[in-house]
Write a protein that binds this ligand. Structure first.
Ligand code: GLC
Length: 555
């Protein structure tokens, strides 16, 4: 048997072996004191990023944008957002990354543009404008358009009436994010040209934002008018030409460079997700599926369910696909607050446990900045403290239906996206060392204790644990390519699995609770070698301390 038969013979790829570090540029490091992170700030921290051991940096959008949705509303795809710097800064940042052996992934937001993009300005101008067809319009003389759900709209309605041409335009996100019409070949050509522009500059990959929504059923079948339709993807995304469009993208762009590509959102089911990245289909490389992370929202969330979800996804992708492994990003709460325990006595240990998980699963880890410090949710108590359009418009929506705003505030405390967007905590000086100006979003007051400077000095900090876990992954290909097998599947507290490749076998045991918890294994743990552990002495008696995590090498 070939050493890599567990994945697919001959398909070792740099992007499978990489650890991706996601940086939220607005919140990472502000170099000029305007309260907003910027590219020069990132440049000043490249040695730090390198010191983490990560291989790839993915930056959230940095293009020109009026910032209705923090850069996810792009007004010029070939320019840099003023607050973030200039194209020269971009070139220097990319060069600085490459000099350090770090690759760079660009966020490509092409389900929609900003309403301030020239294409949209033209498009709304007249019904006969050559750009009219770049977007989805519904003439008002046909009556109201068939309801479509919008995630960020105050009324949840994805159609916005525009009196200039007496027509409605479609926006699955905010009213300032009109959806591009992918059925128009000219739109696809513009997008591929733009991707080539960045690929020629030397970027190493693309993350396709909300791409599943790009292809919608434009016969506009009836859509259930529910508060938040559970299956809304089924109704307005992933429609068939999506695969032909991706094949075009592959032929026109992706096949020409050694780049990685990842689709955010993975459709309605496993088949959809797998088809996007099936190695034989020549479309994309990595699926970024929400199921595992979204399961945490469900009322019936349990460890058993989480284990089952991850294990099922792993098995579906075992042969010809590849997954991203993540539990947090800029659209979610903080890793430790959501999946661990951010009470002072458990924060560090549970954060390290989650790091162990992310770096020992099969798939490419996408690790979100700040989680390596064990940063926590800020839990704003007033709506005015939020900046995120999803939170602000969600609140207005609840008000508009006379809903319960106080339970919405409770929801935001745990799940609001701004929890994951507070400025990065560098040290315990003013504004956590983020910059001299008043930050665009409040700094979490716990920066006094949780920050890079103090964690650098502590060999047992979350930060240094993250570095160790990355090194372990690098030294052990079994953690990248090895077969994954869930063990003790009915254990409701401990997530345990093995990874196996070429006769090397690792056993990973993770206690997801604050209780002691035991697990079953046939392995002889007394003889096993402990490769990584989040306590100074690892338990070898099959009973784990609160949030204990151990990676064993077993026979
Ligand atoms: C993606 C992004 C999110 C953004 C949305 C609209 O889900 O991750 O931050 O708001 O797309 O572009």
């Amino acid at each position: 048997m070939n050493a890599f038969s567990q994945t697919r013979s001959g398909t070792q790829k740099w992007w499978k072996e990489a650890v991706v570090y996601q940086i939220y540029p607005r919140s990472f490091k502000d170099s000029d004191g305007d309260g907003v992170g910027d590219l020069k700030g990132i440049i000043s921290k490249l040695d730090y990023i390198k010191s983490l051991g990560v291989d790839v940096v993915w930056l959230n959008p940095i293009y020109s944008s009026p910032n209705d949705d923090n850069g996810y509303d792009i007004s010029d795809y070939r320019n840099i957002m003023k607050e973030f710097g200039t194209m020269l800064d971009f070139d220097l940042m990319l060069k600085g990354m490459h000099e350090r052996g770090i690759k760079f992934v660009m966020d490509v937001v092409v389900n929609h543009s900003s309403d301030e993009h020239e294409w949209f300005k033209q498009s709304r101008n007249s019904r006969t404008n050559p750009y009219r067809n770049y977007y989805h319009w519904w003439p008002a003389e046909k009556g109201e358009p068939p309801y479509r759900f919008s995630q960020f709209d105050v009324h949840r309605n994805a159609w916005k009436y525009d009196s200039l041409t007496n027509a409605y335009y479609l926006h699955y996100f905010s009213i300032k994010q009109p959806d591009l019409n992918w059925e128009n070949p000219q739109v696809r050509k513009e997008v591929f040209d733009m991707m080539n522009f960045w690929a020629k500059k030397g970027v190493d990959g693309f993350r396709l934002d909300a791409f599943q929504f790009a292809c919608k059923d434009t016969t506009w079948p009836a859509f259930p008018k529910e508060d938040y339709p559970k299956d809304f993807i089924k109704y307005h995304a992933m429609v068939e030409p999506i695969h032909s469009y991706l094949k075009e993208m592959y032929a026109d762009v992706l096949s020409k460079y050694d780049v990685m590509s990842v689709a955010e959102g993975a459709g309605r089911n496993f088949q959809d997700a797998h088809d996007l990245v099936d190695a034989d289909r020549n479309e994309l490389n990595l699926a970024y599926a929400f199921d595992p992370i979204d399961s945490r929202w469900a009322k019936d969330y349990s460890m058993l369910k989480m284990k089952k979800t991850f294990s099922t996804w792993d098995s579906v992708f075992e042969n010809k696909g590849w997954l991203s492994i993540f539990l947090a990003n800029h659209d979610n709460a903080r890793l430790v607050s959501r999946f661990g325990n951010d009470e002072p006595q458990y924060r560090e240990v549970s954060s390290k446990m989650l790091t162990t998980f992310l770096l020992s699963m099969r798939g490419t880890p996408f690790y979100y900045n700040g989680d390596e410090l064990g940063m926590t949710n800020i839990r704003f108590s007033k709506i005015e403290e939020y900046k995120d359009i999803a939170a602000l418009n969600g609140y207005k929506y609840v008000q508009s239906i006379n809903g319960d705003t106080s339970s919405y505030m409770t929801f935001l405390k745990e799940n609001g996206r701004d929890n994951g967007r507070t400025p990065y905590q560098w040290n315990n000086s003013v504004h956590a060392g983020f910059g001299n100006g008043n930050p665009w979003l409040s700094v979490n007051p716990n920066y006094i204790n949780i920050n890079v400077e103090s964690e650098e000095k502590d060999p047992n900090s979350c930060l240094n644990y993250f570095r160790k876990a990355i090194q372990l992954r690098k030294q052990n290909k079994v953690l990248v390519y090895g077969k994954y097998e869930l063990i003790d599947p009915n254990n409701s507290k401990v997530y345990a699995y093995t990874r196996e490749l070429e006769g090397k076998k690792l056993l990973i045991v993770l206690n997801f609770t604050k209780d002691k918890a035991s697990f079953k294994t046939t392995a002889d743990l007394i003889k096993a070698k402990v490769l990584l552990s989040n306590y100074s002495i690892a338990s070898t008696n099959k009973e784990l301390k609160p949030y204990e995590a151990i990676v064993f090498e077993v026979k």
